[in-house]
Design a protein around this ligand. Sequence first.
Ligand SMILES: NC(=O)c1ccc[n+]([C@@H]2O[C@H](COP(=O)([O-])OP(=O)(O)OC[C@H]3O[C@@H](n4cnc5c(N)ncnc54)[C@H](OP(=O)(O)O)[C@@H]3O)[C@@H](O)[C@H]2O)c1
Length: 264
Amino acid sequence: MRIDLTGRTALVTGSTQGIGLAIAVGLARAGARVGINGRSADRVDAAIAAVRERVPQAEAVPVVADVTVEVEAEHAISELGRVDVLVNNLGVFGAEDPLEITDDEWRRYFEVNVLAAVRLTRLVLPAMTDQGWGRILNVASDSAIVIPAEMIHYGVSKTALLGVSRGFAKAAAGTGVTVNSVIAGPTHTGGVEDFVYQLVDRDLPWEEAQREFMRRHRPQSLIQRLIEPEEIANMVVYLSSPLASATTGGAVRVDGGYVDSILP
Ligand SMILES: NC(=O)c1ccc[n+]([C@@H]2O[C@H](COP(=O)([O-])OP(=O)(O)OC[C@H]3O[C@@H](n4cnc5c(N)ncnc54)[C@H](OP(=O)(O)O)[C@@H]3O)[C@@H](O)[C@H]2O)c1
């Protein structure tokens, strides 16, 4: 299979680090012009340098915007001129006591994890349907299905995102635009490495620490290791491509088998 996104413009929200950065690299490698998004120019510039280090010919465009703010989201889209592939990767997570978390915190999770994606989708969908081609990917989580007691607010926001994807796929029916979710499982990002060392012996080398963490704290994972961000990116790049034209309205798992389900 040859994935070629030459001539397509992609926007990846929250792409200065972690999974978003890996997705931006993957899309750039496939030939897309990629908007790199974060809230500060310094971090966006550093991410663009990181993309170019891995893909020297990359066409990476800075999109400095807090996409949870309506006017900034509008500005981000108009700055790019066109968006053929929208990857709503931005998401925040954190543990909170379910009996202590405030209504404001619940609202913040929905503003960032759900509403920002809905708003950006509304902004790009009309042009995508007019041109008869487009791809919208929403990065969800295993927590959407296996709701953690300490992250009900996060899990439920990701469950909502699955519904948002299905709904917008219906709104785009028959247009050549596809809308899907990618359900990411526990992934090896900077923050997660710190988290692992909070739970296992700090003196263990990374590979052993990871194995110990998975065995004790994530026994449901069938791969028994953290997922690398590039593995999530591979699926997003495939779903962004013309090759995935018959996949829409779905939730595709890259979770290392974490969710105990046969489908999908
Ligand atoms: N890591 C995991 O194990 C895991 C597992 C399942 C699902 N996921 C999902 O995967 C996605 C990415 O996770 P991650 O761990 O890679 O994220 P991360 O490392 O926490 O990175 C978050 C990114 O979002 C940006 N950001 C934060 N608020 C923003 C805003 N208001 N506007 C624009 N950019 C903003 C940050 O950039 P600046 O700080 O530069 O603004 C950064 O680039 C999320 O949706 C997450 O829920 C992650």
